[in-house]
Ligand binder design. Structure first.
Ligand SMILES: *Cc1c(COP(=O)(O)O)cnc(C)c1O
Length: 239
């Protein structure tokens, strides 16, 4: 499929529909509609479609693979478009140097070794990176993310380094979880955030919770998500 006027219309309609669904979820949770930001996940599509999503109004775009992010970013530069790119997937250390200048936000900080590589590179560049700690609250071994009992240790390391602006936590629900199960897992993430905020009071402001994808963002919003990472639902009629 080529990106053309027809796909632009489909993508714009999807974007409007997702925004409406997020608003509905916010209202159901008695939250203000501007307390949740949508990160459009463009990993499924070629860069011209990501550009159409951006032109529909979705300024925050998420990628889970550095190579895909580089290709998309290159295309955006050619078009003169400036998206805010979020890295949401496992970040290999050997991809840090090239990827970092493109990033607005890292959702998937999950190890001490990645933290060290990032700190070196950020120090060299004299820049600060907003980051989220990815935690694994599901019982799913295949998942990335820190076990909750290790989050505190990594956070202790991060708060000492001014090159990081630690904003909160990121998590995914277990694949195949029911809505209720997903909601309980999101509640666990929020509780963990609250505990960490207490332990590190005055040192960090963990206001962000990145949780919820196409299949479970209403449950995530009900439990306090401030960033929802939505892919599939935005590409309905395209994929
Ligand atoms: C792919 C992906 C998403 C988007 O998932 P959808 O179910 O397609 O909305 C969100 N977060 C991460 C980390 C992903 O890899």
């Amino acid at each position: 499929m080529q990106a053309d006027a027809t796909t632009q219309q489909i993508i714009s309609d999807n974007w409007a529909a997702v925004q409406a669904e997020v608003r509905t979820a916010c209202e159901a949770a008695s939250r203000s509609t501007d307390s949740v930001r949508i990160v459009g996940v463009s990993k499924y599509v070629d860069p011209p479609f990501a550009a159409q999503l951006f032109r529909s109004g979705c300024e925050h775009l998420g990628e889970n693979r550095p190579q895909h992010l580089w290709a998309a970013q290159e295309h955006f530069v050619e078009l003169g478009l400036a998206a805010k790119w979020h890295m949401i997937g496992h970040f290999q250390r050997n991809k840090v140097r090239r990827t970092l200048p493109m990033l607005t936000y890292l959702h998937s900080l999950d190890s001490q070794r990645l933290t060290e590589v990032l700190a070196d590179e950020l120090t060299k560049r004299e820049t600060v990176l907003p980051v989220l700690l990815e935690v694994n609250v599901s019982q799913d071994d295949s998942k990335t993310g820190l076990p909750p009992d290790q989050a505190e240790r990594l956070l202790a390391m991060l708060v000492k380094q001014p090159v990081f602006e630690v904003k909160g936590l990121m998590a995914m629900s277990t694949l195949g979880a029911t809505e209720d199960e997903a909601r309980r897992e999101f509640a666990k993430v929020r509780t963990l955030r609250d505990q960490l905020q207490d332990s590190f009071a005055g040192q960090v402001d963990l206001r962000e919770l990145s949780m919820g994808m196409s299949g479970d963002f209403p449950q995530a919003i009900a439990e306090g998500a401030t960033l929802v990472r939505i892919g599939t639902r935005l590409w309905r009629g395209i994929l």
